[in-house]
Design a protein around this ligand. Structure first.
Ligand code: NI
Length: 188
């Protein structure tokens, strides 16, 4: 099922996401993961965090396949759902990359992040993992992880850049700048 995506100005995007409790059974987690992937694909995204579908839960999904259609670097695409992730270590060089976000439609800006991360996370059954990610995977993971901290890539831009984007961001918040996929309108 395709879910409407929350956009800039919605307070849920500013909240620290609640940990996922695997004992609670109110939410069917595997169904939620399926819905999040479906929602992400129809919007042509490479990552989607639960607050972007209006749920304050420490969960995001990633599929970096679109980055590898013409790739010859040897890096493999990553498709995975991450529950209760914690960045244990940032690694490597500061690297700029032009980012977008399904919750900040029509805006793309260069964002500097580390080349790699070491991450703790759980899978849909609550199994625990610790794993290193690099390149595009580390890029998308860091972007989605920020969503769970109540941040978007806009918060990573310089104050000047943010000032320059202010009117566009306001247009998104009030529903005057809309993407091709379904969004959840912000409350007035
Ligand atoms: Ni995003």
């Amino acid at each position: 099922m395709i879910l409407p995506i929350t956009v800039y100005g919605n307070p849920i995007l500013r909240k620290v996401a609640e940990p996922v409790d695997f004992e609670k059974r109110e939410i069917n987690l595997s169904e939620l993961v399926d819905n999040m992937f479906e929602t992400m694909y129809q919007a042509n995204g490479v990552g989607l965090a639960a607050p972007q579908v209006n749920l304050s839960l420490a969960l995001f999904v990633v599929d970096t396949a679109p980055f590898f259609e013409e790739d010859k670097s040897g890096e493999k695409p990553l498709k995975k759902a991450f529950f209760n992730p914690e960045v244990l270590e940032f690694m490597g060089e500061n690297t700029p990359f032009n980012e977008g976000c399904l919750s900040v439609p029509t805006i793309n800006e260069d964002v500097v992040r580390k080349e790699g991360v070491r991450l703790y996370y759980q899978d849909v059954e609550g199994n625990e993992f610790e794993e290193e990610f690099h390149g595009k995977a580390a890029r998308v993971i860091q972007h989605e992880y920020d969503h769970l901290l109540g941040k978007t890539f806009v918060d990573r831009l310089s104050p000047l850049k943010r000032t320059l984007l202010k009117s566009k961001l306001n247009e998104i918040a009030v529903g005057k700048r809309v993407p091709s996929y379904r969004v959840r309108p912000n409350k007035k």
